[in-house]
Write a protein that binds this ligand. Structure first.
Ligand SMILES: Nc1ncnc2c1ncn2[C@@H]1O[C@H](COP(=O)(O)OP(=O)(O)OP(=O)(O)O)[C@@H](O)[C@H]1O
Ligand SMILES: O=C(O)C1=C[C@@H](O)[C@@H](O)[C@H](O)C1
Ligand SMILES: [Mg+2]
Length: 194
């Protein structure tokens, strides 16, 4: 056990070094685990965690479904863009984004320039099982939400694929996902070392 914690400790150290003052920005579709895994990654790295959906709800004093209903998706994206640009100014942190944030060109450019993006890539069935459990995603309020999720995957995956890093999100223990995210981050340092 001692040996395992030393290995993961050194991976976390390398990952922290790789990040420098930047934010690690988690991107990916609804249910990929950006919020759940992001929070644990931040704890493991000893840096703050922030979630753009939560921050949007905090500043607007409205829930995301309320924002979509009152102002529509385009206004939500503008607010999301402003909030994420602001959040990127402070680091290092782990910043978990909403599922559509990285699809917005301006938000994506800000993330590319100021953060290190990591795509939590998941298969449809994994996402579907997870999003079924909560009723808080306005984009899935359609006649056939599974088909909507699949259409979003087809449209968005080529864009998420432009993130700096990619980790496959699977139904394994959350700690295992955390280890994989940290290893991916640490590997960027090894790659950049002469
Ligand atoms: N590896 C995992 N094993 C089991 N459950 C998981 C795993 N990763 C995430 N989950 C669960 O799946 C659900 C969705 O995860 P989460 O809210 O983190 O997704 P998200 O990517 O932030 O989605 P959104 O874009 O809607 O904010 C949560 O209940 C979370 O606890
Ligand atoms: O995938 C999306 O476009 C969204 C995902 C959620 O995180 C929220 O940001 C909102 O429901 C929109
Ligand atoms: Mg989330």
């Amino acid at each position: 056990m001692e040996e395992i914690s030393q290995v993961s400790g050194s991976a976390a150290e390398l990952a922290r070094k790789a990040l420098g003052k930047r934010n690690l920005v988690l991107v990916g579709l609804m249910g990929a685990g950006k919020s759940a895994i992001g929070k644990l990654v931040a704890q493991a790295l000893g840096i703050p965690f922030i979630d753009s959906d939560h921050e949007i709800e905090r500043v607007s004093r409205m829930t995301i479904p309320e924002l979509f209903q009152a102002y529509g998706e385009p206004e939500f994206r503008k607010l999301e863009q402003r909030v994420i640009r602001r959040l990127l100014r402070t680091g290092p942190r782990v910043l978990s984004t909403g599922g559509g944030a990285f699809i917005n060109e301006d938000t994506r450019a800000a993330i590319r320039d100021n953060g290190l993006s990591l795509w939590l890539d998941a298969d449809l069935d994994v996402l579907w099982e997870r999003v079924l459990k909560r009723d808080n995603r306005p984009l899935l309020k359609t006649e056939n939400p599974k088909k909507t999720l699949e259409d979003l995957m087809i449209a968005r995956y080529p864009i998420y694929a432009t993130a700096h890093l990619r980790v496959k999100s699977r139904d394994v223990k959350k700690d295992e996902m955390v280890g994989e995210v940290i290893a991916a981050l640490a590997a960027t340092l090894e790659q950049s070392d002469p």
